[in-house]
Design a protein around this ligand. Structure first.
Ligand SMILES: [Zn+2]
Length: 294
């Protein structure tokens, strides 16, 4: 019997490792991530943003992930990544996702709190397709919004210490909303800077927030963070790490190579395979890092 997502994250934290969360736009991405996780025998979370899940099918992606989980008796989970409205929250909760992220970081704080609370209330008593409690994650502090290659840090997401989340504010947020997990701004940034490493993480702050709030923390915008910072952040209290930009890049470049090698090939299962292989390699590298297997 596969453990619940809640149990899996708790166990990861106890072992001083983190669960990898990777986004997909299609079944090829799903296969790349599942193969990578199985090769290393570690649990994995599949993430789909509002745009990504609309492309695959909101209910269809839930059925796909459940089918892998059931057929292989494997700890693979589905998370509705950054969801901005209550209507979209209802949609994924009703579709039986394992977890959902309400992202109210662009709203005034009171609205962020009230919608996060509404999400928790709606989710309570509902079950995932696997018959388990659906976890709710919320976001605090703005870290930019897109998984792409950036020329510079987006406006409003500049890293100054007054913008990073304070442990006592995180605690009041958790108390007011009742969410299961929190993604605080701790120096991380969505997307990847083209010509530089992303800014460094505030490790002491992660530690203080984890201790003060008592809930698992999630690190977003992982694609541009250094290996050393990742492992320090995990030891300080990060239980889940999100990667999207780096695997999107690998997927695209793999497909591009395939077209360059065989310009006349029109069989999608062949040219997409190179994208899958390249993506899988990147996912494996991150999973090794997050699970301290290197
Ligand atoms: Zn994110």
């Amino acid at each position: 019997m596969v453990k619940s997502l809640k149990e899996t994250i708790k166990e990861a934290e106890e072992n001083g490792v983190a669960v990898g969360h990777f986004n997909i736009s299609d079944t090829e991405g799903l296969n790349a991530i599942f193969n990578a996780a199985r090769n290393l025998n570690v649990p994995v979370i599949i993430g789909v943003s509002e745009g990504e899940r609309e492309f695959i099918g909101v209910k269809q992606v839930a059925a796909l992930v459940k089918s892998l989980r059931d057929e292989h008796d494997y700890p693979i989970y589905l998370n509705a990544d950054h969801t901005y409205s209550f209507e979209k929250i209802q949609e994924v909760v009703d579709a039986g996702y394992d977890a959902v992220i309400f992202d109210g970081t662009k709203l005034p704080l009171e609205e962020n709190i009230s919608l996060a609370k509404q999400t928790v209330e709606y989710t309570k008593g509902k079950k995932s397709l696997n018959g388990e409690e659906i976890l709710v994650e919320a976001e605090l502090g703005y870290i930019g919004a897109s998984s792409k290659l950036l020329d510079e840090i987006p406006e409003g997401a500049e890293i100054t210490s007054d913008k990073l989340v304070k442990p006592e504010d995180a605690k009041s947020f958790i108390d007011a909303t009742g969410v299961d997990m929190l993604a605080p701004a701790v120096g991380n940034l969505h997307g990847m800077l083209k010509n530089a490493n992303n800014p460094a993480l505030d490790i002491e702050r992660i530690k203080a927030i984890r201790e003060t709030t008592g809930v698992p923390l999630v690190l977003h915008g992982g694609s541009g963070i250094t290996d050393e910072d990742f492992q320090k952040a995990i030891k300080a209290g990060i239980g889940v790490v999100h990667i999207n930009t780096a695997i999107r890049k690998a997927y695209k470049e793999g497909i591009k190579d395939a077209f360059e090698e065989n310009p006349d090939d029109i069989a999608p299962y062949r040219f997409l395979s190179e994208g899958v292989e390249d993506m899988q390699k990147v996912v494996e590298r991150y999973l090794k890092l997050f699970n301290f297997l290197t």
